[in-house]
Structure formats: structure tokens, C-alpha cells
Design a protein around this ligand. Structure first.
Ligand SMILES: Nc1ncnc2c1ncn2[C@@H]1O[C@H](COP(=O)(O)OP(=O)(O)OP(=O)(O)O)[C@@H](O)[C@H]1O
Ligand SMILES: [Mg+2]
Length: 413
């Protein structure tokens, strides 16, 4: 450790030098100056860890000495050397930022070393605290600005880029960005939701209005009436399904979903679903193939909800894959306590940029251009149902090479 002693009295200088030379352990290097100016010159030229300062020097006296030194080198800790009758002055220096004071008469080895070491440590801690406080202030400003932009509905605001360090302040900035991102996503979902509602609800209502208007003009025995009633019924059923799906999503998002678990044979559930959807696949020239679980296929689950998941996945595979495709529904017990179901098609597959958003409500991807009408709720519902069972759902796909939607659920929820 390098110490600078600023002391004009040669006897005192010698005494302190002698004390320091006798200190055991890590060596202390001592530089001396007999005026304040010489001390300041040394501090400009050399790195010093601590200054021992006599306040009464030939070129400066009293508290002024401390003030001038501190102004010249604010980054170096100062220990004031004083005599008994000048304690008041030493205390004033401490009040203004000196790390400590020592009575010259008592400046023996261990006391001096301890004073210097504590001074250096306290000074370092104070510097750290000051830098932290200034960062805290900066982060508060960033957050205040961020929150006021969010309050104005500007969810594109991000602050982590202006933050520094890797501590809780940086984590706070990242947390803010995560929140803004989430709000931005919700706001985009809301916009998608509104456009879906206006588009998807309006179009069947429009058809119903047209058909019922036409029916009004017809006589009761008019042959054209029956097909019109069929159109109205189909469109009304479509509306009902949409409203049901919306309600499902609202319940899911409001955290109100309830499971009604029963003992279920997964192979049987899959067989029913494949049978129910076979004619839909056939109408598109596709085949469904079921590969059941070879081992024990029983589990406890809400079978209606798991049926709904499989129905959605197979429905998507039929809708988005090509004519002539064989869609495979495969179940397996590859991990203890879990059952896995894969629905694999050979359609357009999923682009990397879509993979992360696929399970968000209202998200419709590129394949949907060719897949016709839909709301983008199917996979969102699947995700919520599987999660409610303590399972997980994901997709394995290379663009252009088909998609394999997979989910895993525990045998016991
Ligand atoms: N098997 C698949 N192959 C390729 N893309 C798929 C497949 N399944 C889903 N997708 C993509 O994922 C998107 C979201 O699917 P999701 O089932 O949630 O909604 P949707 O099918 O568009 O509408 P609906 O609410 O009627 O199901 C689809 O729009 C489509 O782009
Ligand atoms: Mg779908």
C-alpha cells in the first residue's frame, strides 16, 4: 500500500516513518511532502492509496488545508493528523469527508495501520455507493420515462439498451422490457381479435340476413326455401362454434378453466377421434392412420379436452396438408409416467419465424393463406388444455417437409 505523509515537522515525519517501517505483514510504502503544494504534486504524478495530512503547513493552515487537498484529489482517502487541543478541527474535517483522524502522539504501529486500512476500505465503499446511487438515479429516470410512455399506450419502448451492469438494476430494466413486450403482444392480439370479430362474425351474419330476407319473399311451399334454411342453420352453427371458442379462450385467459378428470383409455379416445374425422380427410383425398400405444394406454385426464386437442391437431393437419397425404396419429409411452401423442402430416411445414407464435391465440401463419377460414384459436386452446393437465405441447417441423405436432401429458394430472 502506498501512503503519502504531508507533514512539515521533520521530527514527526521521522517518527511516523519509523512507525511504518516497523509494521509487520504487507509492506507500507511511504512518500513524504513538507508542504501542501508538494503533496499535491506527488499526488498528480503517483498513485497513492491514502494520505496522512497535517492541517497546519507552511503554505496552508486549518480546515482550508483539508479542503484544498480534497478538491485536488477527491479520489484519495485522507486521514487527518492532529494534536490533542485541535480535535475540534479534525472532527470538522471528518464532517467534510476525511476518512478518519489520528492524534500524532498516539500514532503507533497497529493504530496507524488500522486507521489507514479502514480509511481505504471506507473510501472504496463510499465510492461504490456513490456510483451505485448515481446508476440508481439514472435507472429511475429510465423507468419513469418508460412507464410514462407505456401509460400513453406506446408499448414499443425499451430501456435495457440504455442500462449498464449485470445486477438487480440491469435486471429491473430487462424486467421492464419484458413487461412492455408482453403488453405490446397483448395489444397486437387485441387488434387481431377486433379484426377477427368484425370479419368472422360479420360474414355469417351477413349470409343469414341475406338468406332470411330471401326466405321472407318466398311462399311457404317454395322449393328454394329448404336449401336456404340449410344455409341459415349452417351459418348459425358456425357462429355458435365461434362464440363457444371465444368463451373458451376468455375462460382460459381469466384462469377459470376447470378439469373433469376421468379414467381414460387413450387408444380408444384416439380411435374415436380418427373415425370422426375420417370423412373430412377423405373429402380432401387424405388418409388418417392411427398407431396406438403398445403398452398400457390408460391415463386420468379430462377426456373431452384431450379429445379437443387431438381433434384440433388432426383438423389442422387435414386443412393445411396436401391432397393424397397420409396423416399419422401416433401414441407412445416413451417416458415413465407420461404419454406422448404425435400428429404428423407432409404439408408445407412451419417456418422458423412462426414457431414461437404458433400457440398464441389468434395467430394465423403462412399456411393459413391456403387453408381457408379460421380464427387462429385452435392451437391456443390446445396449448391451454395440455398445460392445464401439467403437460407440454410443441412442434417439430422443417419448412416444406411437413409438420409433427406433439404433446405429452402425465398419466396422472
Ligand atoms: N399442420 C400444420 N401445417 C402447417 N401449418 C400449420 C399446421 N397447423 C397449424 N398451422 C399454422 O398455425 C396457425 C395457427 O393454427 P390454429 O389451429 O391455432 O389456427 P387456425 O387453424 O388458423 O384457425 P382455427 O382457429 O380455425 O383452428 C395456422 O394458421 C397455420 O398457419
Ligand atoms: Mg386450426
Amino acid at each position: 500500500m502506498d501512503i503519502l505523509l504531508i507533514e512539515d515537522n521533520p521530527v514527526e515525519r521521522k517518527l511516523i516513518a519509523a512507525v511504518i517501517s516497523r509494521v509487520k505483514g504487507k509492506p507500507l510504502n511511504l512518500q513524504c511532502a513538507d508542504t501542501l503544494q508538494k503533496g499535491l504534486d506527488i499526488l498528480q504524478a503517483l498513485r497513492v492509496d491514502c494520505v496522512l495530512l497535517d492541517l497546519n503547513l507552511p503554505d496552508s493552515s486549518g480546515i482550508e488545508t483539508f479542503r484544498r487537498l480534497q478538491a485536488g484529489v477527491p479520489s484519495v482517502p485522507i486521514v487527518v493528523l492532529t494534536v490533542m487541543h485541535d480535535e475540534e478541527l479534525a472532527l470538522q474535517a471528518v464532517g467534510e469527508g476525511a476518512q478518519d483522524y489520528l492524534f500524532k502522539a498516539q500514532a503507533e504501529g497497529s493504530l496507524l495501520v488500522r486507521a489507514v486500512r479502514y480509511a481505504v476500505e471506507r473510501h472504496r465503499m463510499r465510492a461504490e455507493l456513490e456510483s451505485y446511487t448515481s446508476r440508481l438515479g439514472r435507472h429511475m429516470q429510465l423507468l419513469t420515462r418508460g412507464f410514462s410512455r407505456v401509460a400513453r399506450g406506446d408499448f414499443g419502448v425499451r430501456i435495457a439498451g440504455d442500462s449498464d451492469g449485470h445486477d438487480e438494476l440491469a435486471a429491473l430494466a430487462h424486467g421492464f422490457d419484458g413487461m412492455a413486450e408482453q403488453l405490446q403482444r397483448l395489444s397486437q392480439q387485441k387488434a387481431q381479435f377486433y379484426s377477427m370479430v368484425t370479419h368472422d362474425l360479420r360474414s355469417p351474419i351477413h349470409t343469414i340476413l341475406l338468406a332470411s330476407g330471401a326466405m321472407e319473399q318466398m311462399r311457404a311451399d317454395d322449393a328454394g326455401r329448404a336449401p336456404m334454411v340449410g344455409v341459415v342453420r349452417r351459418k348459425a352453427a358456425q357462429l355458435m362454434q365461434l362464440v363457444d371458442e371465444l368463451q373458451e379462450v376468455m375462460f382460459i385467459e381469466g384462469g377459470q378453466m376447470k378439469l373433469f378428470p376421468t379414467r381414460t383409455d387413450l387408444n380408444q379416445l384416439l380411435a374415436t377421434c380418427v373415425e370422426d374425422l375420417a370423412s373430412q380427410a377423405e373429402s380432401r383425398g387424405q388418409r388418417l392412420r392411427l398407431e396406438p400405444v403398445q403398452e398400457d394406454a390408460t391415463l386420468t385426464c379430462d377426456s373431452l379436452k384431450i379429445y379437443c386437442v387431438v381433434e384440433n391437431l388432426v383438423g389442422n393437419a387435414i386443412r393445411y396438408s396436401v391432397a393424397g397425404d397420409t396423416i399419422v396419429v401416433r401414441a407412445s409411452a416413451c417416458r415413465p409416467g407420461l404419454l406422448q401423442i404425435d400428429v404428423t402430416d407432409h404439408g408445407p411445414g412451419i417456418g422458423v419465424e412462426e414457431k414461437d407464435r404458433l400457440f398464441e391465440p389468434f395467430f394465423r401463419g403462412r399456411a393459413s393463406d391456403a387453408g381457408g377460414r379460421g380464427t387462429g384459436l385452435g392451437l391456443g386452446i390446445c396449448h391451454a388444455f395440455v398445460r392445464a393437465h401439467g403437460g407440454s405441447i410443441w412442434v417439430v417441423s422443417e419448412p416444406g417437409q411437413g409438420a409433427s405436432f406433439r404433446f405429452e401429458i402425465p398419466r396422472q394430472p
